[in-house]
Design a protein around this ligand. Sequence first.
Ligand code: ADP
Ligand code: G6P
Length: 450
Amino acid sequence: MGRLIIVSNRVPSPRERSQPAGGLAVGLKDALREGESLWFGWSGKQVQLHGGDPVPRLDRVDNVTYATIDLTPLQYEGFYQNFSNGILWPLFHYRVGLMNYSRTDWETYLAVNAMFARTLLPLLRPDDVIWVHDYHLFPLGQALRDLGVNCRIGFFLHIPFPPWSLVRSLPGAELLLEDMQAYDLVGVQTPEDAENLNHSLEANGLPARGQAFPIGIDPDEFRAQAEKSMQGEEVERLEGSLRGARLVLGVDRLDYSKGLPERFRGYEALLARYPEHRGKVTFLQVAPISRGSVEEYRQLRRQLDELTGRINGAYSEFDWTPIRYITRPLPREVLAGFYRRAEAALITPLRDGMNLVAKEYVAAQDPANPGVLILSHFAGAAPEMDEGILVNPYDPDEIADALHAALTMGLAERRTRWRALEREVSSTTAVSWAADFLRALEAAPVAERS
Ligand code: ADP
Ligand code: G6P
């Protein structure tokens, strides 16, 4: 097999210790340990270009060559901020009402995809296998085929795929589905997503080619990080500051798909209905700001500032604060220790492609005294992780009951549930996910070239 070419909008920085939060970059990085590969995508920078396409910057680290291009401010706005994150993201997370459609943004989206194809082309060799990732790049496969690329091209969608009755609200949705015919294989996270995608294709007279490949993490590495982090200064400081209180942890990008206001209200309901936990539990929510230039994300931030202030104002004692809320990212190795220290993880997205945080929490636990995973039914991880306490994230009382159950659960039940979860997390890893997808891509019938 030739090189593996990964294409994604977000590319992790090969040399920096701190990485942007987000499942795509984390999962793929863990998967790319073997073989020769090239990872192509956006540099994360905006630069004013005067005519012509950008020239990729190459940086090789171990077996991976990173090739990144800058976007102009107009491309950033139309392609990344408006079309990808203001239209596709809400729609694919079942939030049609948040979609701000504009035809100009659609045109910029197509133009940037065509530009990605043109700038990638000179870096390609005939025996490469290309793997395109996520909603920013639906049309890229077709754009590459238009330039004569004949390699195997696969596509993986990291976010949910909703039913056709929702997808069709996007003007031009049929064109996106038609473009997907350029891929030899299309992977999604769950069987439900595959069913929705295939129905959408069939509704448009196109052959179904979606298959579920649930993504995982590198559990061994994460466990080792968590163990190491327990000896570190940050966990010691956290421990000291808790002064014996139990810890409930939430870790998410600051995104409306994560159900954060509903979660905060769930914790508030715990304090209201189970007063025995007051003063004895602390909820730490780490939610680094994400896509801060998109209006809906700013509104969410204001809402959470207000909610935290209100709940803390109502329940704090002079020596206890119920919610600790951080909007800066934390290094992964510190996070890993916090997961291990936490008696419960509260992971309640309204919709999520997979949710790697749930898997990281399980991997980080101490087998002798594991914490409890509280997980939304609407995370892609839920069908695999039903030994956690599954909740409807829209119901604060259900979240409160789940928290109470988690905080009072005996050791034997915690261990039984955790062992089942741990088996699941160890059996579907980032490495096995990538290997399964690439094997299926190799075996897939060649897509008709148009
Ligand atoms: P999404 O892809 O929507 O962000 P996931 O849960 O699948 O959701 O992936 C999030 C990834 O980002 C995880 O690997 C998680 O550890 C990382 N992450 C989330 N929040 C933070 C944070 N505050 N600091 C550092 N990394 C984070
Ligand atoms: C999710 C998406 C990724 C994206 C990440 C972070 O995981 O599926 O494609 O990279 O969120 O979002 P950002 O906009 O910062 O890349």
